[in-house]
Write a protein that binds this ligand. Sequence first.
Ligand code: ASP
Ligand code: MG
Length: 420
Amino acid sequence: MKVFKFGGASVKDAPSVRNMAQIIKANLNQPLVVIVSAMGKTTNAFERLLDATMQEEDPTEALAAITSFHEQIIYDLGLSSNEALQADIENIYEELENALNKFSSTMGYDYVYDQSVSCGELLSTKIIAAYLAKEGIANTWLDARKVLKTDNTHRQAKVDWGASQAMIRSQVNPMLESGIVISQGFIGSNAKFNTTTLGREGSDFTGAIFATSLNATSLTIWKDVPGVLNADPKKFEKTTLYKQLPYKEAAEMTYYGASVIHPKTIKPLAQKGIPLYVKSFETPEAEGTIIEECQVPNLAPAIIHKDKQTVISFKISDFSFINEHHIHMIFDHVKRLNLSINLMQNSAITFTICMDDDPKRREQLRTALMEEFSIYYNEGLEMITVKNYNQATIDELMIDKQIIIEQRSRNNFQMVYKKL
Ligand code: ASP
Ligand code: MG
């Protein structure tokens, strides 16, 4: 059996959903589980609705953006007269209303976020299941919250692997006897059956959870790019497609900020040796990228760009030198504030870190350490990591940039810079 994952861009309107149905139809020669995200930019729309509600603004417009977007797709797919679907959609909106009303009670933002934003995936999969059925593709809609069990950390829930694997196996396998299974990415539930989410873009990870639980022969992530490229085509003109990538390379690329696959996706697949295909939903017959246990000589350098970076330098002003005690002190606060460091460097009297822009926590860090150090910071910078670099690539990347920090190891090159 195989697992497919379709992200928001692959189901952003009726033609995309039709295209997805074609891809599924061409792959009905084995049991199939299809994991789907919310349609298009729906999750962002839900976040806006949530913000409006929280700030006690009129949520009508934000809500109408969501309802009319989905209504249009339902209409375009010829599903308007499907009463069962309409009833399901109404139930989801009711669930949403209940969730939003909880703001007035004691439940916190993250809890309400999960209860409401998850409706995007519910809407999407209900519409798609109905459309596939209309197209003659027998399918069962599965509420991922019934099988994907997590802890209580709303918006960044940790998966309970034992419970989830057992539930997925026992529920999905019988369903596969009567057709394909459609379920949601990104969402799960805690022990109390409250909805939880796995973090933004978490649907890839859901795909990996289903694939490993079911011992799938492969997971395929369908995207709007031809596969894994050596750089983001939205940011770089020249890109190269990797036909084959070792798990380790792919995992490290996501660590440095490559957004093509969710960072948590690779590990469970690698542990079970399940190959991950990244393919284009626009050219489904093209091979795309296969990520598996392999060795690829002369991999093209991977260029990973991150914007919105802050560099903070902690300087000792009393003629002593940076030592373990100072570093320990800095890291204590970094950990306490839950900051994550993208790069660090030290010299005799200065310790420097680079992190994502976050003025609030940067100030908290500065305040906590200002007695020990003179602290300087620089915001709005950019960072590039080149894995498997060569000098020509670096020379080209350095043009028109003021380099603030530069670092290289045998395989990786990193720089933080300001554009000139
Ligand atoms: N819909 C969620 C998001 O946009 C999850 C996903 O797409 O993977 O973050
Ligand atoms: Mg997405």
